[in-house]
Design a protein around this ligand. Structure first.
Ligand SMILES: Nc1nc2c(ncn2[C@@H]2O[C@H](COP(=O)(O)OP(=O)(O)OP(=O)(O)O)[C@@H](O)[C@H]2O)c(=O)[nH]1
Ligand SMILES: [Mg+2]
Length: 222
């Protein structure tokens, strides 16, 4: 019987993630790993961001889902290049899956690559994909205790996007409490409050993404 230790698998993942990171950097692509629960609003956030990023950065998306291509179809309808990964039961993306998806994208035509991870607040945290930034999406209907209960996903992330803020009046969600808990886990992380369906707060997220890309990356219309 052969036993492969989880530690070894994670080490192999880290090596592939480093290769992805080098490939993306060489192509001048900034990649953002988008994490959050099922239904938190990750795809809706991307849809809203494309409008805010128009003529400023060329986006592409890698969609991670256990099954189906519904999210990729939503992205493709907006004319954004997209590759759908079906994990076939796995609860997170890994660097090997991203390496395969990168081969299907024309990286020279991309500035910002969004990687929408499988909806999951636990397993996704442990796998480096080779991204440059990590953003956690938390919606106001999930409860404001999530940063305390699921710290790993928030720890060391670059941004927290609290979404569905239009529903705040219908919940007991306290954004200030979440922001304070988040700051303890990611002192340098940015905090945004948005409503992706109306676009409220989206320009600030877009500005952060463009700024995080480093000087000179912002695209001017040719
Ligand atoms: N009211 C409100 N609804 C939203 C907002 N953002 C997303 N939704 C709704 O929330 C539901 C889930 O949104 P998605 O964007 O598909 O969520 P997701 O995180 O991509 O879901 P998975 O990919 O399945 O994990 C949809 O019915 C959206 O219309 C928002 O800001 N306000
Ligand atoms: Mg989605």
């Amino acid at each position: 019987m052969r036993i492969v230790a989880a530690k070894k698998l994670l080490k192999a993942n880290d090596l592939l993630a480093a290769e992805n990171r080098a490939k993306l950097a060489a192509a001048g692509v900034a990649a953002v790993n988008i994490l959050g629960s099922p239904g938190a609003g990750k795809t809706t956030l991307l849809e809203a961001l494309f409008a805010a990023l128009a003529h400023r950065a060329r986006p592409a998306v890698i969609e991670g889902d256990i099954a189906g291509a519904l999210d990729a179809e939503r992205i493709a309808r907006l004319g954004v290049p997209v590759v759908q990964i079906n994990t076939d039961g796995a609860c997170h993306l890994d660097a090997g899956m991203i390496a395969a998806a990168l081969a299907d994208l024309d990286l020279q035509a991309v500035d910002l690559l969004f990687i929408e991870n499988v909806g999951n607040l636990v397993c996704t945290a442990g796998f480096d994909l080779g991204e440059q930034m990590r953003a956690v999406v938390l919606s106001t209907v999930e409860g404001d205790d999530k940063a305390v209960k699921y710290p790993a996903i928030f720890q060391g992330s670059d941004a927290l996007v609290m979404t569905k803020c239009d529903l705040l009046g219908h919940t007991n969600f306290d954004p200030a409490r979440v922001a304070a808990d988040y700051r303890r886990l990611a002192p340098d992380g940015r905090v945004f409050e948005v409503c992706a369906t109306t676009g409220d707060g989206i320009p600030a997220v877009a500005a952060w993404l463009l700024g995080s890309e480093g000087s000179g990356r912002e695209r001017t219309e040719t």
